[in-house]
Design a binder for this molecule. Sequence first.
Ligand SMILES: C[S@@+](CC[C@H](N)C(=O)[O-])C[C@H]1O[C@@H](n2cnc3c(N)ncnc32)[C@H](O)[C@@H]1O
Length: 302
Amino acid sequence: MVTAEMSVVFNTPCTVKALFRSAVSELLKVGIESPHHDVEILLAEAIGTTVSNLHFNSLLEVSKEAKEDFKKFLCRRKRREPVPQIIGKWEFYGYEILVNKLVLTPRPSTESLVESVLAVARQIAGCRGQDLVIHDIGTGSGAIAVALGKELPGARVYGFDVSLAAVDIASENVSLHNLDKSVDISLADLQPPRSLEPDLVVANLPYIASDDLSSLAPEVRDYEPSIALDGGADGLDLIRRLILEIRIVEEGVLFLELGNNQFEMLKSFVLREIPFLRVEAKKDFDGINRVMIISGWRNNHV
Ligand SMILES: C[S@@+](CC[C@H](N)C(=O)[O-])C[C@H]1O[C@@H](n2cnc3c(N)ncnc32)[C@H](O)[C@@H]1O
């Protein structure tokens, strides 16, 4: 539902600028935190243009069809549905990734994870990552697998997820980026038992503590799948399992994304369970220890 004020705007000829302003005030009324940004994206999508073109064309009249589409988008956003799910796609590491309500929308913080993998991959196998085998565990939309496939054309990337819906959309994203020959997506609980042992393993598994799920923003709590969020009592259940069960070559490297304040807790676990491993941190853009890099794996490591 839109307010009476907004209905007038929708029912009379109006410019991009007028529609933009009214929609921002509509979203502000329901407490949306980033109304300008959201309206820009939704309006550009409805009109079929880019955000920068939207501003260049602010005095043009919006067509009836575009207004109809935008009205639907705005109603969905007012119900706190996240923008990426409304438009069905999001950008990750410069690549367009299709998303839906069955997978997590890739976050900017996960770009730090990709950066960490790329730095090591290029160091050991050159800029194309020639012949490297990489596993992306909990691939979700396939965002990490796609970014690695594009950036490391010589590598072979395998994305695994326990959710069939994730496998479907990740496979779609792989095809969208013409990566069918080098990136493979399949169903697995962590890693499949008989797959080729990888040189590098990257995992952005669920890491939110179960008790914290109810206090997440409505966009996340009500619209993103709990299988992508719920990491058990302290958020680290699946990550600990992966560390204990991992299949990786000798001297391979594992890259994990973590939540706030989880690094030290997980580091203690790793060094207690497998003392010969080396553990490093990489901070994200906000200065948080977002990525754990674990190296020094040996055969029969546990
Ligand atoms: C936090 S999301 C990350 C998605 C994607 N990698 C990204 O960075 O945007 C975690 C993903 O792990 C998957 N997952 C949960 N349990 C799993 C398991 N036991 N084995 C494999 N994947 C699992 C979920 O289905 C979800 O897609």
